[in-house]
Design a protein around this ligand. Structure first.
Ligand SMILES: [Fe+2]
Ligand SMILES: [Fe+2]
Length: 269
C-alpha cells in the first residue's frame, strides 16, 4: 500500500470540501512510496520525526502547517537551516508528510472537536449533534477552579491561563476555536458570546489579550460568573489527532498506526 492509497482511503470518508484551495496535501515525500506505518500528530516537530523513525512508520499525518505558513509555501525557505535540515531528515528516512486540516474541520461533527470532547469527558454534554469547531457544552455546575483543574489534568497541561473568579459557579462552556483580532465584527463575537446568558466560560485556542481579556476581567470584577480559560493552540487541538490515529487504524488495519503528540512547545518559569 502506498502513502497515496492510505490518504485515498481516508479521503473517501469525507464529503467533498465546500471550498477550493485546500491546504490538505502532501508537504514532503513521494506519495507513491510504500507506506510502512502512520503516525499522527498535531504539528510536525523534529522529535516527532525521530519518534516516527523509532516506530518504523514513514507517513506522518499532521493537522497544522509543517513549514511555518498556512499554505506551506517553501520558496522563501531556500537556504533556511531549519527547513533544510527537516527536509534532509524526512528524505533520509523516505518519509512523507500529509496535512489533514480542512477535512477534519469541515466534517460534522468536527473531528478535532470529537477528540477534544472525548479527552475532556464532555461528549455527553455537548449541545449540538453535528457540532463544528465552535461548540457549546453544558456541564454539571462546578467552580472555575475545579473546571480549570479538570482541563489541566485531562489535557496534561503544564499550566493554563485563566481570567475570572476561581470560586465562580460555571456550567456553560463555549469551545470557540480561534479568536483572531480582525478589526471588524469577528473581534466582537467572543465578547458578545460571553455577555449572553448561554455562556459562562470562553475556552478558545487563543485569545486577543488586548480586547477580549479586559472584558472578561471587568465582568468578573463586577461579580459576574464569567471567565476565560486558555490552554494553548496545540494543547487544545492535539486530542483531535489522537482521534485521527484511531480512525486511520480502522481504515488500514494491516498497518501500524500511532499517535505521537508533539507536546507543549513552551516551558514555564
Ligand atoms: Fe489549529
Ligand atoms: Fe485546527
Amino acid at each position: 500500500m502506498t502513502h497515496q492509497n492510505v490518504i485515498d482511503k481516508l479521503l473517501a470518508t469525507y464529503a467533498p470540501l465546500p471550498f477550493e484551495n485546500s491546504c490538505d496535501s502532501f508537504k514532503a515525500g513521494n506519495p507513491q512510496d510504500i507506506c510502512t506505518g502512520v503516525v499522527t500528530t498535531c504539528v510536525l516537530s523534529i522529535d516527532v520525526i525521530r519518534e516516527a523513525v523509532r516506530l518504523g512508520c514513514n507517513l506522518i499525518i499532521v493537522h497544522e502547517p509543517t513549514f511555518f505558513t498556512h499554505d506551506d509555501d517553501t520558496d522563501w525557505l531556500t537556504g533556511n537551516t531549519v527547513y533544510e535540515e527537516m527536509m534532509r531528515m524526512l528524505a533520509g528516512h523516505r518519509m512523507a508528510v500529509w496535512r489533514n486540516h480542512d477535512h477534519m474541520h469541515a466534517a460534522r461533527p468536527d473531528e478535532i472537536m470529537v477528540g477534544v470532547l472525548e479527552e475532556l469527558g464532555w461528549t455527553q454534554y455537548v449541545q449540538e449533534k453535528d457540532y463544528g469547531f465552535r461548540t457549546l457544552v453544558t456541564l454539571p455546575e462546578t467552580t472555575l477552579r475545579e473546571l480549570a483543574q479538570h482541563i489541566r489534568d485531562r489535557l496534561n497541561l503544564s499550566t493554563g491561563r485563566i481570567v475570572g473568579n476561581p470560586d465562580a459557579r460555571v456550567s456553560r462552556i463555549a469551545l470557540c476555536g480561534h479568536i483572531f483580532p480582525s478589526w471588524n465584527a469577528e473581534e466582537r463575537k467572543p465578547t458578545q458570546l460571553l455577555s449572553s446568558e448561554d455562556v459562562d466560560v470562553l475556552f478558545p485556542c487563543e485569545i486577543i489579550d488586548w480586547t477580549v481579556v479586559p472584558y472578561v476581567r471587568n465582568a468578573a470584577q463586577l461579580g459576574m460568573n464569567k471567565a476565560l480559560i486558555q490552554a494553548g493552540h496545540f494543547n487544545l487541538e492535539e486530542p483531535g489527532m489522537r482521534y485521527m490515529a484511531k480512525k486511520i487504524a480502522q481504515l488500514v488495519p494491516e498497518l501500524p498506526v500511532h499517535y505521537a503528540p508533539a507536546g507543549d512547545p513552551y516551558f514555564f518559569v
